[in-house]
Design a protein around this ligand. Structure first.
Ligand code: NAD
Ligand code: TDX
Length: 336
């Protein structure tokens, strides 16, 4: 395959590029990324110079450049990770989310259609289904009910992908995964924020009562699911991805603090996120039974390995947690 991987310099995208180079070294990977605050070429330093890996800096909204890159590299497959991905930022800057996530996806789809691309895969999220009560799971037929500007922009993008399948017969797939964790996770998100703040002796902000539930999956398990969908996904199908691993935020924060041997006094309950979804939980039956996917990592060891990764890569996160990052941090959490 000759893949255009958009957003390949972010958290999941860079893990996916590593996954593909490891398991499909014969494939060509063109990483097309705007390098926003969340894009970081340090994530890919070890594969720079690999003969089948190329990087192009660009916006997925830039039709001419996407068109040119697809021609130049004779691309046959598009995997779209590129997006504004942080819910809190979508509350303060929703327009950016519409531009990159909705218009960007539509631009990619349109160019892919004009080039007769073999497969277009949209990386989506469980957040498009909205919030669950204490019981039940999201299946692929759960109605879309997004609550944040972020999840609404992702749901809008998914509907556009559906339209290109129904209207133009494009070979598309959508994956909707639960919360990922692992290496290269940007330290604005709960797990890396808490690990790195604890190491710096800073307060650990927990929104509201800390009882909101997320369904956590190790990022490599997500990458393996994407790989399977690329190779075996049936045209037009949506696949939910999750490993039945529901955790309360406060339990995760306490686990991290205890693992690092820090004081729980660092934990601070702060104002709740606006429109904060209470619970997400994925039913992965379809991808398990139809494509044979199973998660390989369990949370207890995965979270320990992830914490160790942050201990071993202090340079990586200290560089990020300076300058522009601190402006965002002060706006979101105040000075501490
Ligand atoms: P991230 O914020 O770490 O990375 C996003 C990447 O996209 C960055 O490298 C950024 O530079 C790039 N980008 C942003 N706007 C762009 C644009 N207009 N043109 C080109 N590149 C652009 O995000 P992530 O956590 O790696 O998420 C990747 C994808 O997976 C997103 O689509 C997200 O919605 C989805 N997703 C994330 C999770 C999660 O837990 N993180 C779970 C399910 C789905
Ligand atoms: O400081 C914090 N304190 C806190 O209590 C932060 C940043 C988060 N939280 C809570 C909010 C959520 O309930 O922790 C939970 C996880 O928050 P995030 O890490 O921001 O993730 P979430 O909002 O669940 O969204 C993530 O998973 C789905 C990704 O950022 C999305 O891109 C993905 O689609």
């Amino acid at each position: 395959m000759k893949l255009l991987v958009t957003g390949g310099a972010g958290f999941i995208g860079s893990n996916f590029v590593h996954h593909m180079i490891k398991f499909h070294p014969e494939d060509t990977i063109v990483n097309y990324d705007l390098l926003t605050y969340a894009g970081n070429l340090e994530n890919l330093k070890d594969i720079e110079g690999h003969p089948n890996y190329h990087f192009v800096r660009g916006n997925i909204c830039n039709r001419e450049l996407v068109d040119y890159v697809i021609d130049q590299f004779d691309i046959d497959t598009v995997v779209n990770f590129a997006a504004e991905s942080h819910v809190d930022r979508s509350i303060t800057e929703p327009d950016l989310f519409v531009k990159s996530n909705v218009l960007g996806t539509q631009t990619l789809l349109d160019v892919a259609k004009s080039k007769n691309i073999n497969k277009y895969l949209q990386i989506s999220t469980d957040e498009v289904y909205g919030s669950l009560g204490a019981d039940g799971y999201f299946t692929e037929t759960t109605p879309l009910a997004p609550n944040s500007p972020y999840s609404s922009s992702k749901a809008s993008a998914d509907l556009m992908v559906r339209a290109y399948y129904e209207t133009f017969g494009m070979n598309v797939n959508i994956t909707r995964c639960s919360n990922n964790y692992g290496p290269y996770h940007f330290p604005e998100k709960l797990i890396p924020l808490v690990v790195t703040n604890a190491l710096e002796g800073k307060e650990l902000p927990v929104y509201g009562d800390g009882k909101n539930i997320r369904d956590w999956l190790y990022v490599e398990d997500h990458c393996a699911a994407i790989d399977l969908v690329l190779h075996k996904g049936k045209p037009g199908e949506i696949y939910n991805v999750g490993g039945h691993n529901e955790k309360c935020n406060i339990d995760i924060v306490e686990l991290i603090v205890d693992t690092l041997g820090k004081s729980r006094d660092l934990i601070k309950h702060v104002s709740d996120r606006l429109g904060h979804d209470r619970r997400y939980a994925i039913d992965p039956t379809k991808i398990e039974t139809e494509l044979g996917w199973k998660p390989q990592f369990n949370f207890d060891s995965g979270i320990k390995e992830t914490i160790q990764w942050y201990l071993d890569h202090e340079d990586w996160w200290r560089k990020i947690k300076s300058g522009e990052y601190m402006d965002y941090y002060k706006m979101q959490y105040g000075a501490k």
